[in-house]
Design a protein. Structure first.
Lengths: 139, 139
């Protein structure tokens, strides 16, 4: 399947940074997708699905937390970006929506990363739309 | 960006169903990706990133919860599958890992859907790897 970027990340960050949690990023949307943003501002948290556009290749086993003292595990048992499909997935704080720009805090994506999707955080959906999921038994 | 399926969903479900929460699905992995599954069985919940492979096109505005009595909102303010990139994202219960098959419960994907990625649920990472995130202020 081919993905088309709906937006691009702008945050000026081009290398590893210590604390992504404090980074503010602007997601600058392609004009055709801007009508799809209506109502997004009601959410406090959203998921951003984006591309690790600087990564090439993948490895089957990695050290969790980039910590070489930890035994190797499968890459799917980690959030490492060295995965077969370069899809990043991060829950971020929504700072604001203005025109074609969605500003978020806590996105661990480099400047220029393509954005594939944004989705409201599921717990906020209940609050925003006043709809409550049937309660599940704790599993 | 081009995505390559790492696995395919097998659950026999070919049309809308009432309660996806109870559906068990097998994610049948391509052999080359099986080494990447090592250690995944330690998690109770995982994210599945998959393709809405039967959907075509997208719409900018939808009724939340498929409820026509609710005012239209932008598609990005919902989880509707009628989005520009057909990427589904669901947190599921991990039932088990055996060989090339990962069995999960609660995945809202039709039989035959391509799987692009699986990632451990972030809260479980702390438990599994005994690592605790620096505590953030509630925002």
């Amino acid at each position: 399947m081919k993905l088309k970027p709906i937006a691009v990340v702008r945050n000026g960050i081009r290398g590893q940074t210590d604390d992504w949690d404090v980074v503010e990023s602007r997601l600058v949307f392609e004009p055709e997708y801007v009508p799809g943003l209506e109502g997004l501002e009601r959410f406090r948290h959203i998921w951003v699905v984006f591309g690790f556009h600087k990564k090439r290749g993948w490895v089957a086993k990695v050290h969790p937390m980039h910590d070489p003292s930890r035994p190797l595990v499968g890459v799917f048992a980690t959030r490492s970006p060295t995965r077969p499909n370069k899809v990043g997935l991060t829950k971020v704080e929504l700072v604001g929506v203005r025109g074609r720009t969605v500003t978020v805090k806590g996105l661990d994506a480099f400047d220029g990363s393509p954005v594939w999707d944004v989705k409201p955080f599921e717990d906020d959906i209940e609050d925003v739309y006043g709809w409550r999921r049937p309660r599940r038994k704790k599993t």
